[in-house]
Design a protein around this ligand. Structure first.
Ligand code: SF4
Ligand code: SF4
Length: 745
């Protein structure tokens, strides 16, 4: 790069023409940005300006470090070079623009910068080849879009190619024209080789390529905010303003008792951040590639939901800026929910969180889906009819069935397990959940886990009839009011028995092995019962939390007044969602609890007792949503001589059982069955049994195993069932006989 004043624009006239074009392009750009911001501000308020230090840290990691996209090595590296190439080339563009007026900007016009620039021109060129190869030859399904033609992507690739090409030739001819004074690596190599070109010709060609470059870059400036590549500008903001509340918790509806509208059916009922998500979507299709609903041919393309909201914003939002919302809704050909976004799309979601976890730009699909479900359920009463009995029973019986809640403790009859009414001084409350209490198959799990605790001498009890459904299925289906009622009731009971924690219970339940998206950690604030807590503390994947939580004394496995749940859905809603209503409890999943008992020496297992080939399924609500991957595996590695044979998709890439998001209560009428797909995958490992850690998973897999007719050589068992059998088979160990009643049968 030259330190000399070098003007390739073609003298004063060229400089004036360029100045006019430069101003026009920036004005067009600014007007479009203003419009986009006005549209975004149609959304509801949401405070995303808190914890700025936390936000900056994550921004550096995900935007500058490109950690999200680098999970997919080849396209990730290509994206990394394109991103940094884009930044460096934009800096160089400033210098090219300044050269029109005979000015060189220090540093950017230096030789070291020229070397970096040329390196990135080459790397970005390689990245373009990779992108083109993917789109033209590999054509992965995840890149398909229902709302954009592939032409848009090729226009962008073409424009980037043009920028690189014009820059390359500009450098070469500028080197020749200035006799090497305008030094660049390409000039000093290619330009040197072409030194026979007359200086006058080289000067003219320098001007041609300079103009071609600046016009392409200015065209880009105007085109980007009007194209799908709007994400180039929106992504950094979207990552910066990501959700710092616990991502596994759905946002509550504020003032639910006084509201007249519920959920979302017009685009301005989303928050501004939810609208920004649409701008930020890179259309990479990673969310599509991991969605179990899409993989089994349901009409759910998570990417299309995000783009659908954006399209709706551009269509209805623009009208809302000039007319009343009511008039806009009446004038529209089709509504957003039920029209642009179909009901069956929303009902297909299992809330597995795979889309949220994999999205490199912190987009939140599940909250949007459940917001629209809230509208369908609470305002329209438009939902799969199979869930009517569920809602009725939850309301009447506090459980999903037509069974009196008074019989909730019947599964434990004769086991010597006290209710808290009988023994309020227990150290540990076993939260059994509806499946463990009433469902015949899952009662076996409850019995097995109780035996394990008795064997380890845990002083525990259950609530029995005082326990109600946590409300998770109601909330995930969209009946927020029912969740609110059930949750409030449970919180009161737990507080009455002294399980409420005044201070945060900290981030129990993490092995620090969460996915890249950085949403983990417990969040507990003190809120008056009945109030909604919307200002929860942030968490960060970059700071993994200790597996044993804060405050557990060395040698002890758990704190006094700990809640242990066998159901990941109960665990998740008590841990992450009850704080919204002022319920702060120390709650852990039973797989972690068992691992703690083993580690502390309180539970001794016959090592290698189970000699079957085992595989393990990560339940979404402890795995992806709460980062618990290692604890179940550690337990299985102790009890099984061969450890776990991993499935093709495991840990944060695990494939849902199909039962989350209330789907276990709905019929699966479209496409292939998700549970069968997962069972086939488990069978593919050659395992004899599938270890599970969730009652919904067990229910789904029991059905799946029958459907693929594998029941005579393949079983599904909860981890505690495997343990209980091992403990039953070994002679009683001193100190392992339980303190809560009878010795295990
Ligand atoms: S949560 Fe799971 S099922 Fe729902 S859209 Fe995302 S990936 Fe698909
Ligand atoms: S939502 Fe995220 S993962 Fe899905 S296409 Fe957009 S950027 Fe990619």
């Amino acid at each position: 790069m030259a330190d000399i004043a070098f003007s390739p624009a073609g003298g004063p006239v060229g400089a004036v023409i360029f100045a006019v074009l430069l101003i026009a392009a920036w004005v067009a750009f600014a007007l479009r940005i203003r419009q986009l911001v006005r549209l975004m501000r149609l959304g509801r308020p949401d405070n995303r300006f808190d914890h700025l230090g936390e936000r900056v840290k994550y921004f550096v990691l995900m935007v500058l470090g490109q950690r999200g996209v680098l999970r997919d090595p080849l396209p990730g590296i290509a994206h990394f070079f394109t991103f940094w190439g884009f930044i460096i080339i934009q800096l160089d563009a400033l210098n090219l623009w300044a050269q029109a007026f005979g000015v060189n900007i220090p540093v950017i016009s230096s030789r070291p910068f020229a070397v970096i620039l040329d390196a990135f021109i080459f790397l970005a060129f390689l990245a373009l080849i990779e992108f083109a190869y993917r789109r033209l030859v590999l054509r992965p399904r995840q890149l398909e879009s229902q709302s954009h033609s592939p032409v848009d992507a090729f226009v962008i690739l073409g424009l980037i190619f043009l920028v690189l090409l014009t820059l390359f030739f500009f450098e070469v001819f500028a080197y020749i024209a200035t006799g090497g004074a305008d030094w660049t690596f390409y000039g000093a190599t290619v330009g040197q080789a072409w030194s026979g070109i007359p200086v006058a010709t080289a000067t003219a060609l320098t001007a041609v390529f300079w103009w071609a470059n600046v016009l392409t870059v200015l065209g880009f400036l105007v085109y980007i905010p009007n194209s799908k590549h709007l994400h180039l500008m929106a992504t950094p903001f979207n990552v910066f303003f990501r959700n710092l509340r616990h991502i596994a918790a759905l946002d509550p509806i504020p003032n639910i008792e006084e509201r007249e509208d519920y959920g979302v059916h017009t685009v301005n009922q989303f928050t501004w951040k939810q609208l920004l998500d649409g701008y930020a979507c890179t259309e990479c299709g990673r969310c599509n590639s991991v969605c179990p609903a899409l993989a089994t041919d349901k009409p759910l393309w998570p990417k299309e939901i995000i783009l659908g909201v954006k399209e709706e914003l551009f269509a209805a939002g623009n009208l809302m800026l000039v007319s009343h919302e009511q008039e806009v809704e009446e004038s529209k050909a089709e509504p957003m929910v039920g029209g642009r976004i179909k009901d069956e799309t929303l009902w297909a979601c299992t809330n597995c969180g795979a889309c949220v976890e994999i999205c490199p730009v912190s987009i939140e699909h599940v909250q949007k889906i459940d917001d629209m479900r809230r509208y369908l359920v609470m305002e329209e009463s438009r939902f799969p009819q199979e869930v009517i009995p569920l809602f009725n029973n939850l309301e009447r019986n506090q459980n999903p069935w037509e069974i009196s809640n008074d019989t909730r403790a019947d599964w434990a009859a004769g086991m010597g397990v006290p209710t808290l009414a009988e023994d309020p001084d227990v150290e540990v409350l076993y939260w059994v959940g509806c499946m463990g209490s009433f469902d015949a198959r899952n009662r076996k799990v409850a019995t097995a886990f109780a035996k394990v605790m008795q064997h380890a001498g845990v002083h525990f009890g259950i609530l029995g009839p005082e326990e109600s459904c946590t409300g998770d299925p109601a909330r995930r289906i969209g009946n927020e009011y029912l969740w609110y009622m059930l949750a409030s009731q449970n919180i009161e009971v737990l507080n009455n028995y002294g399980f409420g924690k005044g201070a945060p219970a900290e981030a129990n339940g993490h092995d620090g092995a969460n996915g890249h998206n950085g949403h983990n950690g417990a969040v507990h604030n003190t809120v008056e019962p009945g109030q909604i807590n919307t200002s929860l503390a942030p968490t960060d994947a970059a700071n993994p939390v200790p597996a044993h939580g804060v405050g557990v004394e060395p040698g002890r496995a758990y704190n006094v007044k700990t809640v242990v749940a066998t159901c990941p859905h109960c665990f998740n809603t008590i841990k992450n969602e009850y704080p919204q209503l002022g319920g702060n409890f120390e709650v852990i999943h039973h797989t972690e609890f068992i691992e703690r008992l083993i580690e502390s020496g309180q539970l001794k297992l016959p090592e290698g007792f189970d000699r079957r080939k085992l595989t393990y399924h990560d339940p979404c609500f402890i795995g992806r949503w709460n980062g618990i991957y290692d604890a179940p595996r550690k337990v299985l590695n102790v009890i099984n001589s061969d450890g776990v044979q991993e499935m093709k998709r495991s840990r944060n890439r695990s494939f849902c059982c199909g039962g989350g998001g209330g789907r276990v209560w709905m019929e699966e009428k479209i496409g292939k069955r998700i549970n069968n797909t997962r069972v086939q995958e488990a069978l593919g490992t050659g395992a004899d049994a599938l270890a599970a850690a969730c009652p919904f998973c067990i229910t789904m897999f029991e059905d799946g195993i029958k459907a693929v007719e594998a029941q005579d050589h393949f079983q599904v068992e909860d981890i505690s069932e495997i343990l209980a059998r091992a403990l039953d088979a070994q002679p009683a160990v001193a100190g392992n006989t339980g303190t809560s009643g009878e010795a295990p049968a």
